[in-house]
Design a protein around this ligand. Sequence first.
Ligand SMILES: Cc1ncc(COP(=O)(O)O)c(C=O)c1O
Length: 349
Amino acid sequence: MKNVDFRSDTVTRPTPEMMAAMSSAELGDDVLGHDPTVQALEGEGAALLGKDAALYMPSGTMCNLVAFLTHTRPGDQVIVEQWSHTACFEGGGAGMFAGVLVRTLPSESGMLDAADVAGWMLPRSEHSPGTSLVSLEQTHNFHGGRVLPLEGMQAVAEAAGSRGARLHLDGARLFNAVAASGVPAAAYADVADSVSICLSKGLCAPVGSLLAGDSDFIEAARYHRKRLGGGMRQSGVIAAAGRVALASMRERLAQDHERAARLASGVAALDGFSVDASRVETNILFVGTGRVEAAEIVSAAGTEGILLYATAEHAIRFVTHHDVDDDAVDRLLTLLARFAGSTDTNGSV
Ligand SMILES: Cc1ncc(COP(=O)(O)O)c(C=O)c1O
């Protein structure tokens, strides 16, 4: 039986259309500004996001770091949500390379509270660092793929902007938010001074992310990308897959959301497991495993070719994506049912 991988949407493989586009891509040296495929991708990404320009980078992590470097000066404060990818999963790069103080604030579902943000923006003085940037994450990964409401984002943008700070949007899964809410990508992007999107997650490109903003911002960002070693030469070969991702893979994200919702309601019906199915809006769900150790389930699943990721002793994160079909969801639910109602740690019912 073929392996199915629920660990992340980062495991998606390029589609046949992407492979064909990659093998026939027109190439040049992008560091010298001569790769037509990269330029086309950057133009298409910028247009979709309603921004002047965009810059192609190897990863979402580099996009966030370059945004931080471009918007801030060392010693500034940047405000982020406490479970944001930037705060938790980017190796502390913002502190190390941008030299900023990363202020993490808690939230109910990934959406920072505007009054809270305003309250933590202490006036720059000999005692307090000024805040030059606030960063939001759409959708919010570790809050279970929650969609940040546009009005909440606007309120945070207003709190930041009126106090002289910029807003960055880590939109690694922005198109999941678009598919779930019907709000256009450009409307979300319009709230922010800069926005990053990943082509490599649900959109299935093998590599790559875009950072978009106004022309001056992107010109400055290009310099920081180069300093970090992110200038890529004949990168049109991967950008070609990114163009297919943007053109033809956004619409289908709704299918991933339907499968995540079906998985959530199936899990909710299993005794001993906990998930709030009403909070599953996109392709990510966190499930409590009750008395059973998550590692035990992960190990049993692994022997059946179902790859899972335990996020805590009693929690597993499931992510649906292009390579997870209905049959994969059924296989996972059948496996979990074996642990339902378990009162010991052996997985026996
Ligand atoms: C919300 C979010 N932002 C940024 C990233 C970083 O992307 P990359 O793995 O391409 O560096 C991820 C990766 O999973 C993510 O979930």
